[in-house]
Write a protein that binds this ligand. Structure first.
Ligand code: ZN
Length: 298
């Protein structure tokens, strides 16, 4: 029988055998959702989005996964066992990266715009104000070495559990990064050293920016900060604010609720802070974990 688990407290936790049976039966019969009773509450499990939501507090949802027992034993021998953050850092520093190229931006296609606009409006908290008008959305074409280091990073992380809309390998998630753009951007990244957005377009994310220009103060440790909330990312950078939609190799995630600058635990690749406000921050320690996808200008 397949193995069913839910994600909580930073790790995948197995359902009881009885609950797993209910989930598996519903899955086999092709139902789109199923109701289960756990210790404290009844839950609705959406078998299409693989989310479990409390019947009394539907906004509190958790990721659910189903593994074919055969596949999961394969995954643990191929990728995860040998992986550590220090191995990844070493492997990437050995990669020869050619920076002598120029990035470019093109106006996003209709489908790309629609997908970015949808994510932006779905994750806009209306309590912070009305949905802002988007001026333009550009597709970012990074230089080959930035793309290459991201691809390698995902492969190094391997087939770890994926949550939400994530993709394998590397548990890739699409997140918002709010920053400043000080130039009059018209599709060509400027060469000014103090235009944070264009610096990201040129050479990808860099640890040089942490704390100084991205607007974050590193409450959850040293790294690059992203969020699933467009309204949070829109808060950074004042009138010069732009948002870089970024593909992030989140890997194994440590989940925290309090501020901490401690190192991410061995075996984890990123830290998610679920704040009391209901908002979140995703912190990744390595620039290679981020691939800039789109630039949103207001
Ligand atoms: Zn610029």
């Amino acid at each position: 029988m397949a193995r069913w688990s839910w994600f909580g407290k930073g790790r995948w936790q197995a359902y009881s055998e009885a609950t797993s049976r209910i989930l598996e039966d519903a899955h086999q019969e092709g139902h789109s959702s199923v109701r289960i009773s756990l210790k404290h509450d009844d839950y609705n499990v959406d078998l299409q989005t693989m989310q479990q939501a409390s019947a009394t507090q539907p906004s509190k949802s958790r990721s659910v996964r189903r593994e074919d027992t055969e596949v999961s034993s394969q995954a643990s021998t191929s990728g995860r066992s040998s992986f550590t953050l220090s191995n990844l850092t070493r492997s990437l520093s050995e990669a020869s990266l050619d920076w002598a190229q120029r990035p470019c931006c093109t106006v996003a296609s209709g489908d790309e715009k629609l997908s970015v606009q949808r994510q932006f409006s779905d994750k806009w908290d209306k309590n912070t104000g009305p949905l802002p008008n988007i001026g333009q959305i550009y597709k970012i074409h990074v230089i080959a070495s930035v793309e290459e280091r991201f691809r390698r990073c995902c492969e190094e992380i391997g087939d770890v559990p994926v949550f939400g809309h994530g993709e394998s390998p590397g548990n890739q998630q699409r997140r918002f990064h709010g920053t400043r753009q000080t130039c009059n951007f018209n599709g060509h990244p400027c060469d000014s050293g103090d235009c944070p957005a264009c610096s990201i377009l040129h050479t990808g994310f860099s640890v040089d920016f942490i704390g100084s220009t991205s607007g974050n103060r590193g409450y959850y440790g040293a790294g690059i900060y992203l969020t699933s909330w467009s309204s949070t990312a829109r808060g950074y950078g004042g009138s010069e604010n732009v948002i870089i939609v970024t593909q992030v190799a989140a890997g194994m995630v440590e989940v925290v609720r309090q501020r901490t600058t401690a190192a991410i635990p061995e075996g984890c690749h990123s830290r998610v802070a679920n704040k009391s406000s209901g908002k979140d921050e995703l912190m990744v320690p390595l620039p290679a974990q981020c691939l800039p996808l789109f630039l949103i200008i207001f």
